[in-house]
Design a protein around this ligand. Structure first.
Ligand SMILES: Cc1ncc(C[n+]2csc(CCOP(=O)(O)OP(=O)(O)O)c2C)c(N)n1
Ligand SMILES: [Mg+2]
Length: 333
C-alpha cells in the first residue's frame, strides 16, 4: 500500500491489525511454553512468522463468511474470532475446550462464527469450502467462504477437483495459499515444477495473484478485492501469499533441512515488527498505546491458561458421546 495508513484506515482499524497479529504471535509462544511445561499434550504446528496472512485475510471477512483451516490453524481461528480461552482449553485437552478436549489443536471449529474447522488432513478443507460457497449461492446469501491451505496442499487432488468445479460454477470461494516455502521438510521447489503457485488459477478460469505475506495491509486489500469479485458473481480467486514459518513444521522438529541464514533473512521483514514501526513512524499509535495492547494480550493469555489448567479433563465413560452428528437436527450423539 502506498500513502499513509490514516489516509485509508481509521486509527481503530490500524490498531486492530496490530493487536490481532500480536495476539496470534503471543498465543503461539504461550502454547509452546505450556507444552514444554507439560500442560499441553500432543502436536503443535505453530504459525509464528505467518501472522499477517491469517489476520490480513480474516479482517477482510465478515462474521457471516466462513473459513476452512489447516493443521497450522491457530492464527486463522483467532483471526476469525475464535476465543483464546476455549482454544487453549482444547489444546490442553480439557472438556471446556472447543471440542470438549477430544480434538486438540488440529480439530477446532466454531460454526457460530464461521470456523468450519481446522483439519489434520492436508487438502481436506477445499471441498467443504466449496460446498459452503455453493450453499450460499443456492440460498442467495451474500457470504463467501475462504479456504486456507499451504504450498504442499495445492498439489493434492482435492485442490484441483474443487478449483475446477468452483471455477465452472463461479462459486464465491477464495483459495488462500500460504506459501511458506516448505511442506514438512521438503522445500517447495522439490514439490512442484513452478515457483508461483498462483498461475494454477488460470487453468480453472479464475484469477490468481501474488501478495507479500509479510504485509498485513497488502493481504487485507487482496482478500477484500477477491471477496467483492465473489459477491458480484464473478467466481473464485486464488491468492498466493509468500510467507515463512519461523519455527519447525511441528514443535520438536530438528529443522535439519533448512539454512538458518534463510530464517534470519525473513526475520528482518517480520510482519509485526515492520507494522509496529510503521504505526509509530506515521504517529498512528504511541509507544504507550502499543504497550497497552501488548499488556492486554498478556492478560487475555494468562486468563486462558489459568482457565484451562483449572478445567476438568474429559472422562473415559463419555468417550463414545459426541461421535455422531445429525446436522439436520443439530444434535450430536
Ligand atoms: C492427506 C495428508 N497427507 C500427508 C499428511 C502429513 N502432513 C501433515 S502437514 C504436511 C505438510 C503440509 O505442507 P503445507 O501444505 O505446505 O502446509 P504447512 O505445513 O507448510 O503449513 C504433511 C505432508 C497429512 N496430514 N495429510
Ligand atoms: Mg508449506
Amino acid at each position: 500500500m502506498t500513502g499513509k495508513l490514516l489516509d485509508k484506515y481509521k486509527k481503530s482499524q490500524a490498531a486492530r491489525f496490530y493487536r490481532q497479529m500480536k495476539l496470534v504471535r503471543e498465543f503461539e509462544l504461550r502454547a509452546i511454553e505450556e507444552r514444554r511445561n507439560g500442560l499441553i499434550p500432543g502436536f503443535i504446528h505453530s504459525c509464528v512468522g505467518q501472522e499477517a496472512t491469517a489476520i490480513g485475510a480474516c479482517e477482510a471477512l465478515t462474521r457471516e463468511d466462513v473459513i476452512t483451516s489447516t493443521h497450522r490453524g491457530h492464527g486463522h481461528l483467532l483471526g476469525k474470532g475464535g476465543d483464546p480461552k476455549y482454544m487453549m482449553a482444547e489444546l490442553t485437552a480439557r472438556s471446556a475446550g472447543y471440542c470438549l478436549g477430544r480434538g486438540g489443536s488440529l480439530h477446532i471449529s466454531d460454526f457460530s462464527i464461521g470456523i468450519l474447522g481446522a483439519n489434520g488432513i492436508v487438502g481436506g478443507g477445499f471441498p467443504a469450502a466449496a460446498g459452503a460457497a455453493l450453499a450460499f449461492t443456492m440460498r442467495k446469501e451474500a457470504r463467501v467462504s475462504l479456504s486456507f491451505f499451504g504450498d504442499g496442499a495445492i498439489n493434492q487432488g482435492t485442490f484441483h477437483e474443487t478449483a475446477n468445479m468452483a471455477g465452472l460454477w463461479k462459486l464465491p470461494v477464495i483459495f488462500f495459499c500460504e506459501n511458506n516455502l516448505y511442506g514438512e521438510g521438503t522445500p517447495q521447489h522439490k514439490q512442484a515444477p513452478i515457483r508461483d503457485l498462483a498461475i494454477r488459477a488460470e487453468s480453472y478460469g479464475f484469477p490468481g495473484l501474488i501478495v507479500d505475506g509479510t504485509d498485513v495491509i497488502a493481504v487485507y486489500e487482496a482478500v477484500l478485492d477477491a471477496r467483492e469479485r465473489a459477491l458480484a458473481g464473478e467466481g473464485p480467486t486464488l491468492v498466493e501469499a509468500k510467507t515463512y514459518r519461523y519455527r519447525g513444521h511441528y514443535e520438536g522438529d530438528p529443522m535439519v533441512y533448512r539454512d538458518p541464514a534463510e530464517l534470519e533473512e525473513w526475520r528482518k521483514r517480520d510482519a509485526i515488527d515492520t507494522f509496529r514501526q510503521r504505526l509509530l513512524q506515521e504517529k498512528v499509535l504511541t509507544d504507550t498505546e502499543i504497550k497497552d495492547i501488548d499488556d492486554e494480550i498478556q492478560t487475555v493469555l494468562d486468563e486462558a491458561v489459568e482457565f484451562s489448567a483449572g478445567a476438568p479433563k474429559p472422562v473415559a465413560a463419555e468417550a463414545l458421546q459426541g461421535v455422531y452428528a445429525d446436522t439436520h437436527n443439530n444434535k450430536v450423539f
